[in-house]
Every structure is written in C-alpha cells, then in structure tokens.
Ligand binder design. Structure first.
Ligand SMILES: Nc1nc2c(c(=O)[nH]1)N(C=O)[C@@H](CNc1ccc(C(=O)N[C@@H](CCC(=O)O)C(=O)O)cc1)CN2
Ligand SMILES: Nc1ncnc2c1ncn2[C@@H]1O[C@H](COP(=O)(O)OP(=O)(O)OP(=O)(O)O)[C@@H](O)[C@H]1O
Length: 194
C-alpha cells in the first residue's frame, strides 16, 4: 500500500514549525512592525475608517495582532473575535471586560452569545499558516474562514486581509476551489496588495 502525502499537509507542517520556532524577541518585534505597517496601509489607502474589525487571538506561533487591537480601541473601532459555530465562524465583540472560554482547539473565545455575521464586518484580519503573493491562503485546515466567507454577496463583503510572519511566504500555494482569496497580506516586512 502506498501513502500519498497531501502537499497542503506537508506545507502546513513545515510552515507551522517555522512560525513556532520564532523567539519571544522575534515575536515582539514582529507585532510592533505589524502595527506600524498596518496603520501605514490605512493611511496610504485613504479609505474611510472602518467601524467593525475582526482580529484573532494568536496561537501556535501566529503573528500577534494585540498591538493592532490597542490601536483600534484607541480609535473607537469595535473589535470582534471569531467563534466557531456549526463549522463556520460568527464574531463576538471583544472589550476589556470580555470573559473567556476555550473552543475545541484550546483557543479562547468570548463567552457572550451575542454574535454578528462575517458579512457585517468591514475588515477581517485572518490568521494563516502560509500565503503567496497572489492572495492565496493556507489555513489550519478546518476550512472555517473559507466556509464563512464563501458565496458572500458582492455588495456586503468585508475586506479580507491576511496577517503573517515573512517566513510564512511560499512561491505559489496549491489553491483549491473553495479557498477565499485575500485582498491584502501584511507582514513585518511587506504589505502585498493583490
Ligand atoms: N488564532 C486563531 N484562531 C482561530 C483560527 C486560527 O487559525 N487561528 N481558526 C482558523 O480557522 C479557527 C480555528 N481553527 C483551527 C483549526 C485547527 C487547529 C489545530 O490546532 N489543529 C490541531 C489538532 C486539533 C485537535 O486537537 O483536534 C493540529 O492540526 O495540530 C486549530 C485551530 C478559529 N479561530
Ligand atoms: N465553502 C465550503 N463549503 C464546504 N466545505 C468547505 C468550504 N470551504 C472549505 N471546505 C472544507 O474545509 C476543509 C478544509 O479546507 P482548507 O484546507 O482550505 O482549510 P483552511 O483554509 O486551511 O482552514 P481555516 O480557514 O480554518 O484556517 C476542506 O476539506 C473542504 O472540504
């Protein structure tokens, strides 16, 4: 019997290992560079300031958006976090008083039962395992972001921006039909607008 290794699984393992190998210092510097690059991106775009933005709590070596969160709070922009529900994501408001519970993967989620749909957000910052310069995204393999933002109505679609360390870039990702493309990817060293 022969076993065929799924190329996405192999890549996932390598890239997760790479991001987990970053030191605490490298993670701290990356989070600082990320907030500088993201605020610059908003200034360059000269777009209207968003009202509702989704972030995530970093896990498994992901680049941390916590400084970005503080920046948005200062701007009175509402922050939301993903909550797994029926194999999709809904979004719960994140405030300093938020209470927490763990989801099946051990990632903290707000306990509140008040949720909004992905389509009601202005910008979603997505965690990712790998990215390419065409907006391709490889996630953790649950398909949660893909299911949530598939078939979205064109008139009500949030902007999807991936956040990553530079070591998570690959030349070209093996993309599947269900993968939702990113409109931008921001890393400590670059801002790719697709
Ligand atoms: N910070 C963060 N939050 C997120 C995501 C994410 O990628 N990052 N997700 C993005 O969709 C959702 C959770 N998706 C996940 C999918 C798989 C695993 C994971 O660790 N899988 C383990 C085995 C899990 C198990 O115990 O059964 C693994 O592959 O090693 C984690 C999160 C929602 N929240
Ligand atoms: N729109 C969809 N409808 C139904 N199933 C889907 C959809 N999108 C993805 N899936 C399923 O989810 C599984 C995982 O997809 P994939 O490997 O692309 O996840 P991922 O993008 O890495 O994960 P995540 O978005 O959770 O970080 C796939 O096997 C696919 O069958």
């Amino acid at each position: 019997m022969t076993y065929h290794l799924d190329p996405r699984q192999t890549l996932r393992r390598q890239l997760r290992q790479a991001r987990r190998s970053l030191s605490a210092d490298e993670q701290r510097n990356a989070a600082q560079a990320l907030v500088i690059r993201t605020t610059k991106h908003f200034l360059d775009q000269q777009a209207q300031s968003p009202n509702k933005v989704a972030l995530y709590l970093s896990n498994d070596g992901e680049i941390s958006p916590h400084l970005l969160c503080e920046y948005f709070w200062q701007q009175d922009i509402a922050i939301y976090l993903p909550v797994i529900q029926d194999k999709q994501l809904v979004f719960a408001r994140y405030v300093p008083e938020t209470e927490w519970q763990s989801n099946v993967y051990g990632i903290q989620e707000p306990t509140t039962t008040e949720h909004i749909a992905g389509a009601d957000l202005d910008i979603v910052f997505l965690p990712l395992v790998g990215f390419d310069s065409n907006g391709g995204r490889l996630g953790m393999g649950g398909g949660f972001y893909d299911r949530t933002f598939a078939n979205k109505k064109v008139d009500k679609a949030p902007q999807l921006i991936g956040l990553a360390h530079d070591c998570q870039e690959v030349k070209s990702l093996p993309i599947e039909g269900w993968d939702v493309p990113l409109q931008a990817i921001i890393t400590p060293k670059q801002c790719i607008i697709v």
